[in-house]
Design a protein around this ligand. Structure first.
Ligand code: NAD
Ligand code: MG
Length: 360
């Protein structure tokens, strides 16, 4: 088992990573204080893994409240949140009840937000089951739901007691979801750790195959990078913005095609290539660095060419991004592999990068 410690000033907690952790009672035991536990999962994961988690918890003698949500981003909303509250109230969950999120980023985000709100805050544990959730959404304490007028617009910062990332659960993950998670792993190397980027290049075939040792190492190193960045900037006012490398272009692709057409990780993968192209055009990196990033994204089975939405449409979509200020578009650019910066970029420069990135 590998462990990353997330050291927030207000609250420190461990992320445990390894195969088979789901069955290990002792990893959960220290964090379950009250007499009941609520296991929150979705309809896809419940038949796969809920029984094993319940068996791990059984020796602890807690009353178990099981809440099964419908599967999908479309259900990360107010109705589902209220459904969770109703179930908790009906079962007489109290302020010591710990919520356990068993699922990908959708289950993790909504469960974390439910924990932040229920009785003004109860403890929760993340058991992330997608690669993306293991390296990204379960780390950092952002929780929330979507609003019809915007994704992730309603939420709270609420840190888990512990994150238990069982890499063996990824065996049942669809390959497209695996690749989407790899995008965020490649991002971590690109913005913060050139040595890790080299390592991913060498090990990309093993990662694509879901090789256990390679996956655990990648999750460990990517989590370590995210933990370091978020601990330095708990409420997202500075360096945390660098985690959005590839996301300004990526969000434009997701919104422009309609959410769900491309997975978030696919859009971010392509968005990173676009941001690298922009960085090269601005003279920050050379063509070899841009090509290395593009090759690695392709090797992870992620798209490298942007859909043709039209430059004006791209700019409009990028202006509504959360990182934009007063209509000015801020981009995360590469200084070199392993280092990034935030910069305001003029429209004509963005258009040049878009023209070079869009499918012919
Ligand atoms: P997801 O939670 O929708 O999971 C993807 C699909 O895989 C779902 O159908 C799910 O049921 C299925 N699945 C999950 N684990 C499985 C397994 N082990 N075996 C088989 N199937 C499995 O998607 P995601 O990519 O994990 O998360 C996306 C969400 O995360 C978005 O809502 C996004 O906004 C959020 N997010 C949050 C943060 C944050 O900091 N809080 C960061 C990034 C993303
Ligand atoms: Mg992301």
């Amino acid at each position: 088992m590998l462990t990353v410690n997330v050291n927030f000033v207000s609250h420190a907690y461990p992320i445990h990573i390894g195969a088979g952790l789901l069955d290990r009672t002792e990893l959960f035991a220290p964090y379950l204080k009250g007499s009941s536990v609520a296991l929150i999962t979705n309809a896809t994961l419940e038949p796969l893994y809920a029984a094993r988690l319940k068996a791990a918890l059984a020796p602890l003698g807690k009353e178990l409240i099981q809440i099964v949500l419908p599967d999908g981003e479309a259900y990360k909303n107010w109705e589902t949140l209220n459904f969770i509250f109703t179930k908790l109230l009906e079962a007489h969950a109290d302020r010591k009840t710990t919520l356990i999120a068993l699922g990908g980023g959708v289950v993790g985000d909504i469960t974390g937000f439910a924990a932040a709100c229920y009785m003004r805050g109860v403890p929760f544990i993340q058991v992330p089951t997608t690669l993306l959730a293991q390296v990204d959404s379960s780390v950092g304490g952002k929780t929330g739901i979507n609003h019809p007028l915007g994704k992730n617009m309603i939420g709270a910062f609420h840190q888990p007691q512990v994150v238990i990332a069982d890499t063996a659960l990824l065996r049942t993950l669809p390959l497209r979801e695996l690749a989407a998670g790899l995008a965020e792993i490649i991002k971590a190397g690109a913005i913060a750790d050139a040595g890790f980027f080299d390592w991913i290049e060498t090990n990309i075939d093993a990662l694509n195959r879901g090789d256990e040792a390679a996956t655990a190492e990648a999750v460990h190193r990517a989590c370590g990078i995210k933990a370091q960045v978020v601990a330095a900037d708990e409420r997202e006012q500075g360096v945390r913005a660098l985690l959005n490398f590839g996301h300004t272009f990526g969000h434009a692709i997701e919104a422009g095609l309609g959410y769900g057409a491309w997975l978030h990780g696919e859009a971010v993968g392509c968005g990173m290539v676009m941001a690298a192209t922009l960085s090269q055009q601005l003279g920050l990196i050379d063509s070899v660095t841009q090509a290395r990033l593009k090759q690695l994204i392709a090797a992870a089975h992620l798209p490298t060419q942007a859909p043709p939405l039209g430059n004006e449409r791209y700019l409009d979509l990028m202006r509504v991004d959360k990182k934009a200020e007063a209509g000015q578009i801020n981009c995360i650019l590469l200084k070199r592999l392993g280092a990034a910066l935030v910069e305001r970029v003029a429209d004509h420069n963005l258009c040049a990068a878009l023209t070079a990135s869009v499918q012919p």
